[in-house]
Design a protein around this ligand. Sequence first.
Ligand SMILES: Cc1cc2nc3c(=O)[nH]c(=O)nc-3n(C[C@H](O)[C@H](O)[C@H](O)COP(=O)(O)OP(=O)(O)OC[C@H]3O[C@@H](n4cnc5c(N)ncnc54)[C@H](O)[C@@H]3O)c2cc1C
Length: 303
Amino acid sequence: MVVDSVTAVEGEPLAPRTTLRIGGPARVLLRCATRDGVVAALRAVREAGVPWLVLGLGANVLVPDDGLDAVVLTLVGDLASISREGTRIRAGAGAQLARVVRESLSAGLAGVECLGGIPSTVGGALAMNAGAYGQEILNVLAWVEVVEDDLTVRRLERWEVHGGYRWSVLGKGRIVTSVELALRAEDPEVLREHVRKAREQRQRAIPPEPSAGSVFRNPTGDYAGRLLELAGCKGLRRGGAEVSQRHANVIVNTGVATAADVRALVAEMAGRVHERFGINLALELKVLDGKGKVLAEPGSPLA
Ligand SMILES: Cc1cc2nc3c(=O)[nH]c(=O)nc-3n(C[C@H](O)[C@H](O)[C@H](O)COP(=O)(O)OP(=O)(O)OC[C@H]3O[C@@H](n4cnc5c(N)ncnc54)[C@H](O)[C@@H]3O)c2cc1C
């Protein structure tokens, strides 16, 4: 590809680019450092008729063992930068969410202080409407710039971005390139207390082994983890994939897990909850097929 701000690697292994540490290589990985680079990359990909997807920190995806016969775009350089003006933080979508949170804390700004422990890029967080301990990223969004699948570049104001519990319209068919977050000044002591509480709760709940966080969404009025625990899922194992002893809604990679192991375990967990409670759990984890298509969207039952 003849664009300065885009570099291409064929057959790039994806397992190290996911928090589960699972999955085969990408047909091609494109590292895009500017918005124009994203447009050029997408144009080339569309002309070649190849499927594409954008990958953040890979903290909510399951990549197949044979890899992806697709072009995987990642955002770097300008698209991973952060700046602040007053109570507003502007970030490239490839920037790590933790960096944005650190910047907000050092400026005494509230709104994202409980999100610091979520492994995520800013783009991934907006696509998923990441949230924790009463905060969600969409609640502080001012505007977002996206490259649409038809190559148009648009700036969407907050009211144009629909989303809810772990989903948003930004998560499909478009690439978030940059965002502005509107935060508010807060007493540093109050901020520190919020951070401390969130950290404490997270340390208790989240296992230290490689995982993708919650596998299933919480059904209305209940917790997937509670139902899975009562259905006897803790400690269940398929190959190298195991349901965490610490949290029944988290699958960990004990070291040799394959995507097939994880999928078998996911099916077993969902089956047990359905058998015991008659509830169809919906996936939060994005399980990808060989072309990078999400097999079961968050919000729909496992296919
Ligand atoms: C240990 C652990 C703890 C977690 N705790 C939480 C938690 O408390 N709360 C929570 O909400 N989540 C949590 N998660 C899940 C995960 O961190 C979030 O879903 C996160 O926002 C995913 O971001 P990512 O950059 O890794 O996206 P990826 O996993 O790389 O991608 C997720 C989706 O977002 C899309 N996407 C990524 N970047 C862009 C972009 N620039 N433009 C458009 N679409 C994009 C991808 O195509 C994909 O569909 C946890 C995960 C782990 C491993």
